[in-house]
Design a binder for this molecule. Sequence first.
Ligand SMILES: [Zn+2]
Length: 95
Amino acid sequence: MTTSSRFLPEERRLDANMLAGPLSEIFAVDLTPAFRRCSMCGHGGAFAQLHVYVDCPGLVARCPNCQSLVLRLVRNGNTVWLDLGGTGCLRLHLE
Ligand SMILES: [Zn+2]
């Protein structure tokens, strides 16, 4: 048993504010204050409310309502894999 396996995934869950740094390397706009509509359950709320699991290969964000996969981000050196397949619709206000 490893040290990290003693925790339930929900105990190591963070909100998506922690994605602001990694996503700022890819996008010019901060996505965390964006309004998001889930493509699976229709739940609406701030992108920052996503549940982020850090004990995966990379970062995995799930809908706080239905737990469907929203985003996967894996970084290896200067290479980033970003899967936004479950993101749904985002509404951003630009300044
Ligand atoms: Zn959902």
